[in-house]
Design a protein around this ligand. Structure first.
Ligand code: MG
Ligand code: MG
Ligand code: MG
Length: 310
């Protein structure tokens, strides 16, 4: 029986590449593993798969009656539909432990590093001692560069750097920075993309003290890529998502990764004071500039959860 391996909804590069890398590792261990994805790949993910000549995994969003493994998340809100009507066999992740539970013991490996690709590198080399295919290594390297924003994110650890260097050698990538920049440019392309697609490029719903809070992140090489017209269109769509999804708040991080290294946070919320509580700065209209903020996981989710709990 096939076992399906998948990352979170609104998949990023780590979510799709980790599904491939973990499925390959499972195959090496004798499991009939099939990588899949829970949504359309973003332009950066497409570039990485094209560069290393790996076919894009199939779409799968419902695991009813299926055996499956999760990578890059363990939150119900990001998991496939009917997660509890299938059998979860394994989780490999680098986020806080989510709210998924199982009836039986499973393989569960989470580490506080910058990328699932780094956890998988350790599983391949340290735990299972299996060789990494050069194409798969290229995908894992791309995920590390993406998740750590070229090693600049506060989530980046020495393990991420070491894994990236080792994977680059296997993949035959001599200039890591140049490849990282190419990925960053693909990730940040906004031209001709509908606002709703930009919001969903890297979007997650969270349960914060019983309230649904959506947080999207748009990584940009420069903030100037987002014109005022586009910002207005984005705000309209955030408002629509808030109403349609019965959400308490919807946030979009416009993260300038290369020039200003910070985030302009766009917000629609029932309670603007949560922003001030979380970041010590008031919304001006619908936005606030947060210098140095690059990581949703480390610099957005924890302070917001605290603010919602207070
Ligand atoms: Mg991810
Ligand atoms: Mg990740
Ligand atoms: Mg990410």
């Amino acid at each position: 029986m096939a076992v399906f391996v998948m990352g979170h909804k609104s998949p990023d590069t780590d979510s799709v590449t980790a599904a491939v890398a973990f499925a390959e590792l499972q195959k090496a261990l004798g499991v009939d593993a099939v990588p899949c994805r829970q949504g359309d790949p973003n332009p950066e993910t497409e570039l990485a798969f094209k560069k290393f000549g790996v076919p894009m995994p199939e779409l799968m969003t419902d695991v009813t009656g299926k055996q499956y493994m999760l990578v890059d998340h363990s939150d119900i809100k990001q998991a496939p539909d009917n997660w509890d009507k299938g059998e979860l066999l394994a989780v490999v992740d680098h986020h806080k432990i989510g709210d998924i539970t199982t009836a039986s013991p499973i393989f569960f490996c989470a580490m506080p590093v910058g990328c699932t690709g780094t956890v998988l590198y350790k599983l391949y080399t340290d735990m299972f001692k299996k060789p990494i295919d050069s194409k798969v290594a290229g995908l894992m390297l791309s995920a590390i560069l993406s998740d750590t924003v070229l090693f600049k994110s506060p989530t980046c650890t020495p393990d991420d750097k070491a894994a990236a260097e080792a994977l680059a050698k296997i993949a035959g990538i001599s200039d890591i920075k140049a490849w990282g920049l190419e990925l960053a440019k693909a990730k940040s392309s906004v031209e001709g993309v509908p606002p709703m697609d930009l919001i969903h490029r890297d979007y997650k719903d969270f349960n914060m003290s019983g309230k649904t809070v959506g947080i999207g992140q748009l990584e940009l090489v420069s903030l100037s890529q987002v014109s005022n017209d586009l910002k207005c269109a984005i705000m309209d769509n955030l408002q629509k998502m808030k109403v349609d999804g019965n959400r308490h708040s919807v946030f979009l991080m416009l993260t300038d990764t290369m020039e200003k290294e910070g985030t302009e946070l766009l917000a629609v919320t029932d309670d603007p004071s949560v922003v001030e509580k979380a970041f010590g700065k008031k919304l001006e209209g619908n936005s606030v500039w947060l210098p140095g903020v690059m990581s949703r996981k480390k610099q957005m989710v924890p302070p917001l959860e605290k603010a919602f709990a207070s």
